[in-house]
Design a protein around this ligand. Structure first.
Ligand code: AMP
Length: 322
């Protein structure tokens, strides 16, 4: 399918590369890397990476502004559903291509390349760029690695395979870059955020079946002089807590007038619960936006039920083995 994608890319003089709302490093890095590689390959084409950025990721790369466009190919990365595409001109696209690693939600592209087994969209693009022999350099390789390392949470998840390491090794050898630069861009943070993390750890509550959660009001966020996204972005810092099967950060987002929910799991499947509350994501990493804290409580209750069934399933399996 990579060659089919390239065939379409060749046809269009204007190419817009978009991704999901609520920018994260994998989504951002995949669009920047693809843009920069295609710009090297086709210097005469107009190629843009679009969507709202975040000051947090400014040192990863700069996005483009596209206010109007005609007769263009829209490539949507890292986004399973049309409503979450961060680009207002979706309807004007002449053709859409989706490249994603999320579980399938809906078809919206004429060509859709989805590989759920991959830990990041950047890994798919590493494979695509290598297979199609598209141009690359150290900067592009570093950007791809940045997205990959972020979405696999530094290779912690089972979606990390020998193929992942082969690709990383290939890029690092062919287009050398400095690993510590990537980690600085991703993980350097102000002390106020570490203090907020301490507050979260101190104030987590735990349900009977292993759901660890915290609810943060706008007042809490303001007290730590942090922004509303920072708490949710810390969700991966609470991996491997023995008592928790699922952990949740619920944050009031005054700017968007809703409540942001970040969910992670180390066993129970959580994306079906996220979907019930109009969210989504992966089996073990999901998110949602709800309208009030009461709705967040319902979601946490549903997660507790999922954990209860998961524990029951594990116990039954143990009994069978005995
Ligand atoms: P996050 O906790 O923001 O890192 O998101 C984890 C996963 O859930 C990512 O794959 C997101 O794309 C997905 N996700 C987060 N929020 C939502 C939402 N409101 N709707 C659908 N998917 C979401």
């Amino acid at each position: 399918m990579y060659h089919q994608i390239l065939k379409e890319i060749k046809k269009y003089e204007t190419i817009v590369i978009a991704r999901h709302v609520g920018v994260d490093p994998d989504a951002l890095c995949s669009q920047l890397a693809l843009r920069d590689s295609l710009r090297l390959k086709y210097p005469k084409k107009k190629i843009y990476a679009v969507g709202n950025g975040s000051t947090k990721f400014l040192n990863i790369g700069i996005l483009d502004k596209v206010e109007s466009a005609q007769n263009f190919l829209l490539i949507i990365l890292d986004t399973p559903d049309r409503k979450r595409i961060d680009f207002p001109l979706v309807d004007s696209a002449s053709m859409m291509i989706k490249i994603d690693h999320h579980p399938f939600v809906e078809k919206f592209g004429e060509i859709e390349y989805i590989d759920e087994t991959k830990g990041s969209t950047c890994e798919i693009l590493m494979d695509l760029i290598k297979t199609l022999k598209l141009p690359c350099n150290s900067e592009i390789a570093q950007t791809l690695y940045c997205g990959l390392v972020s979405d696999t949470n530094r290779f912690l998840f089972d979606s990390t395979t020998s193929h992942t390491f082969q690709l990383v090794s290939y890029y690092l050898e062919k287009y050398p870059f400095v690993l510590s630069e990537v980690y600085k861009a991703l993980y350097l943070r102000p002390l106020k955020e570490v203090r907020l993390q301490g507050y979260i750890a101190e104030n987590f509550s735990l349900t009977e079946n292993g759901v660890l959660s915290i609810k943060l009001t706008n007042e809490d966020i303001v007290r730590f002089k942090a922004d509303s996204a920072s708490a949710g972005n810390m969700i991966n810092n609470f991996n491997f807590i023995e008592e928790a099967l699922v952990w949740v950060i619920v944050t009031e987002d005054l700017k968007n007038n809703n409540i942001r929910i970040n969910i992670r799991s180390r066993g129970p499947i959580i994306n079906q619960v996220a979907e019930k509350y109009s969210g989504g994501g992966h089996a073990f990493a999901s998110g949602a936006r709800v309208s009030c804290f009461e709705e967040a409580d319902l979601l946490i209750h549903d997660l507790d039920e999922v954990c209860k069934n998961y524990i029951k399933g594990c116990e039954e399996n143990e009994d069978k083995v005995e």
